[in-house]
Ligand binder design. Structure first.
Ligand code: UDP
Length: 328
């Protein structure tokens, strides 16, 4: 019966992670209320859910007052531009959704006595001086650099979330998400994986920034969703890293994509963006101990699924390079 279903609000529902979370909560038997303003989201990501009576959708910017009629059990706040080129394009909205948006949703959680999980990020560690990054590390962030609009919004988000927990007794969860990939990423979102796969599909050389020696650790989306689901249902209010600790350099990553796609292309070098973190790897000791969680999908497996997804899109959709952001 729909009246007995737990009700969850997912902001950023039409985005990459938001849409996968909608699918997961529907599959778990929840009533899902998706919310998005489609600045960076794509309604196609959740189109398949509109026919379901346990799904509803609000087109709304959470930086403005949020009203949801009826009971609410959980809120997952995933609305935010999340790729460096997006938050360079829309810096003020990025700051607002992480700050004003989070404030509105915490207020809603308090009013509804709902538990809220907010999407934080490895960017709170900035260009880290501790490696791998554990949750006790305070980070190395440039507040006024180009990434500051995202990093500081997310740091403020953590601060206000903890304040609502401490002073208002709201049940809160904070997940620090490391680089994640999978189907439904935007080919032109500027992040390294869709950029490289798009370039390989179009037969263009892969643009490695700097000397390509900077590292990242890539988590497949289903692993991330599992970690988030477990964290939401746990009773732990401190931040938890969720990501895949398997770390590689951007050049190695480019080589893997060239091999996977079989494209006859090479790696070319472009300037490193300002404040680009040199290394990143999650310490997931806490998630393992607390949630019994660790990633299951290898990069080879995840990349294959993701490549097949991008390849299956109409070729006209491959033709979108974020050229204005690839300098030099
Ligand atoms: N990067 C790259 N070529 C590209 C896009 C990104 O070498 O065409 C690099 C980028 O400089 C960074 C890494 O890949 O070091 C990951 O970038 P992404 O934008 O995916 O996310 P970030 O982890 O920096 O938030």
């Amino acid at each position: 019966m729909s009246t007995t279903r737990k009700r969850v609000l997912i902001t950023g529902a039409a985005g990459f992670l938001g849409s996968h979370l909608c699918d997961r909560f529907i599959a778990e038997g929840y009533h899902v209320i998706g919310m998005d303003n489609l600045i960076t989201g794509n309604i196609k990501n959740i189109e398949h859910l509109f026919k379901l009576e346990q799904f509803e959708y609000y087109h709304h910017d959470v930086s403005k007052f949020v009203h949801i009629p009826g009971q609410l059990d959980y809120i997952l706040h995933f609305a935010s531009p999340a790729s460096p080129i997006d938050y360079l394009k829309i810096p003020i909205q990025t700051l607002k959704v992480g700050s004003l948006g989070t404030h509105n949703l915490l207020g809603l959680a308090r009013a509804k006595k709902a538990r809220i999980l907010v999407a934080s990020t490895s960017e709170v560690y900035g260009d880290p001086l501790v490696h791998p990054q554990n949750e006790d590390y305070w980070g190395n962030v440039n507040p006024i650099g180009p990434r500051g609009v995202y990093d500081e919004a997310k740091r403020f988000q953590e601060a206000i979330t903890m304040a609502y927990h401490t002073y208002h007794g709201v049940e809160t969860r904070i997940v620090r998400i490391f680089n994640t990939y999978g189907p439904r990423m935007r080919l032109n979102d500027g992040r390294v994986l869709p950029t490289f796969i798009g370039q390989a599909l179009r037969g263009e050389d892969l643009t490695s920034f700097g000397d390509g020696s900077q590292t990242r650790s890539f988590c497949y989306v289903s692993d991330l969703v599992e970690g988030i689901y477990r964290l939401l249902l746990s009773d732990y209010a401190q931040p938890v890293n969720v990501g895949n600790p398997n770390e590689i350099t951007i050049n190695q990553f480019a080589e893997e994509i060239i091999k996977l796609t079989g494209a006859s292309v090479k790696i070319i070098y472009k300037p490193l963006p300002t404040d680009d973190p040199k290394q990143r790897q999650p310490d997931i000791t806490r998630a393992k101990a607390l949630l019994g969680w660790e990633p299951k999908i290898s990069r080879a497996e995840g990349l294959k699924i993701t490549y097949d997804y991008f390849k299956s899109l109409p070729a006209s959709e491959w033709d979108i390079t974020p050229k204005e952001f690839i300098k030099g």
